[in-house]
Design a protein around this ligand. Structure first.
Ligand SMILES: NC(=O)c1ccc[n+]([C@@H]2O[C@H](COP(=O)([O-])OP(=O)(O)OC[C@H]3O[C@@H](n4cnc5c(N)ncnc54)[C@H](O)[C@@H]3O)[C@@H](O)[C@H]2O)c1
Length: 382
């Protein structure tokens, strides 16, 4: 295992286990719990949920030293090296700031890092001032299919890239009544539920990454759920500085689909399921030797084309994400997603929503200092 070799090379001073805590013991938390369990040199020592039962049962399941109902108490007492924020997007701003103030400077924050562009810029500035590591939890980016898609693009096999198309649809029959206790943040307007910061954020992230250039302007159409008042359908177009066009679609009115497709002058490449390429849950983990695929297509005219399946090893994205986070804490690796990219993500989403509301073309006006940092990232990746 890579980490094992690195631990041996680095020596005992660096090998004290990284002490992690988690805030939010809901749906996604066990994926992080299982990931930390399998990362050598990291342990989950504390957990917190406002729901005491959820916190206690998480602590029992993952062997935490202590469970809390107040995350501020946890970060004051638990002597943490890093924290996982698995709460709702509208909570993240306050929680990130509280962590930084308490000196917890390594943060893996679930997507969407915020549901507000001004907030994400404040976070970026605070992270810089504190020299903190803040990584947005887009686990799908750690899957080898994404790295392979990047390689296919870089190899020139698809020719000059023309467009990127990313969808995340998930039909919601809206069967829960407004006072149903099981109605979670996804259908609550006050928690900015709906698609923008739950599913559309993936599409924007993937489109921005594959275009590998700054988004300049956007146009979008959006629809609201009559029942919940949340935005439950967004269809957007993003115009990038390098001429690539992104098409992002996220709908709760359409059957499940989350394809990522990159279209070039001489071919296209498709990941059939961007966030779950291995289609493994509920079994959860890939068996050794299992593979998934990227579908590459080359056409010569309207009636002639060839498709090939490029095999990708199946993998647990959450484990790879956690390995990257732990290695970034130790300073061994760059974080998979630089914070400037997260700033771009939220600004792009907000521009799409403004465009839909005003029925105009809207500029993605990311602050110049973030833009400068991101330009370096684009150049490194080109
Ligand atoms: N990466 C992924 O694949 C993935 C999948 C699902 C959800 N998510 C993200 O994870 C986050 C949580 O989503 P979820 O589906 O697990 O939601 P959830 O509602 O199931 O869990 C959130 C938990 O946070 C707790 N909580 C809320 N405020 C809190 C506070 N101030 N202090 C302590 N606990 C608090 C809630 O009680 C709840 O148990 C969201 O940002 C979501 O977008 C990511």
């Amino acid at each position: 295992m890579r980490e094992q070799q690195e631990l041996q090379e680095t020596g005992p001073a660096q090998t004290r286990p990284i002490r992690l805590g988690i805030v939010g013991c809901g749906w996604i938390s066990s994926w992080h719990g299982r990931a930390v369990e399998r990362v050598l040199g990291a342990e989950l020592v504390a957990c917190c949920d406002v729901n005491q039962d959820a916190a206690r049962s998480f602590a029992d399941r993952f062997g935490c030293e202590e469970s809390y109902t107040d995350y501020r108490q946890m970060i004051a007492e638990a002597n943490l090296d890093g924290i996982i924020l698995a709460t709702w997007p509208t909570d993240h701003f306050e929680q990130i700031n509280a962590c930084l103030e308490a000196g917890v400077l390594n943060i893996l924050c679930e997507k969407s890092i915020t549901a507000d562009a001004a907030e994400v810029y404040e976070i970026w500035k605070a992270a810089r001032a504190a020299n903190a590591l803040i990584v947005e939890g887009f686990a799908y980016r750690s899957h080898p299919s994404i790295a392979l898609l990047e390689e296919i693009i870089a190899s020139g096999e698809l020719g000059k890239i023309d467009s990127v198309s990313a969808t995340f649809d998930h039909f919601d029959a809206e069967g829960l009544s407004l006072d149903d206790p099981n109605r979670n943040w996804r259908s609550r307007k006050d928690l900015r539920g709906g698609v923008p910061f739950d599913h559309l954020c993936y599409c924007v992230n993937a489109s921005n990454r594959m275009a590998n250039a700054a988004p300049i302007t956007v146009m979008a159409v959006a629809k609201e759920s009559a029942k919940y008042g949340t935005i439950n359908r967004v269809y957007g177009v993003i115009d990038y500085e390098n001429g690539v066009v992104g098409m992002v679609q996220s709908s709760k009115g359409s059957n499940i689909s989350n394809e990522l497709k990159v279209n070039g002058a001489s071919g296209s490449a498709l990941i059939p399921s961007m966030v779950a390429p291995d289609r493994i849950p509920p079994r959860e983990y890939a068996e050794p030797g299992e593979t998934t695929e990227i579908q590459v297509k080359h056409g010569t005219d309207l009636f002639q084309w060839e498709t090939k399946a490029v095999r990708v090893p199946a993998a647990d994205s959450y484990l790879l994400q956690m390995e990257n986070f732990a290695a970034a804490i130790r300073g061994w690796r760059e974080p998979m997603i630089p914070l400037a990219e997260s700033v771009y993500n939220v600004y792009t989403i907000e521009a799409l929503l403004t465009s839909a509301e005003t029925q105009t073309v809207v500029s993605v006006d990311v602050p110049a200092e973030v833009r400068d940092e991101m330009l370096e990232v684009f150049q490194k990746r080109a």
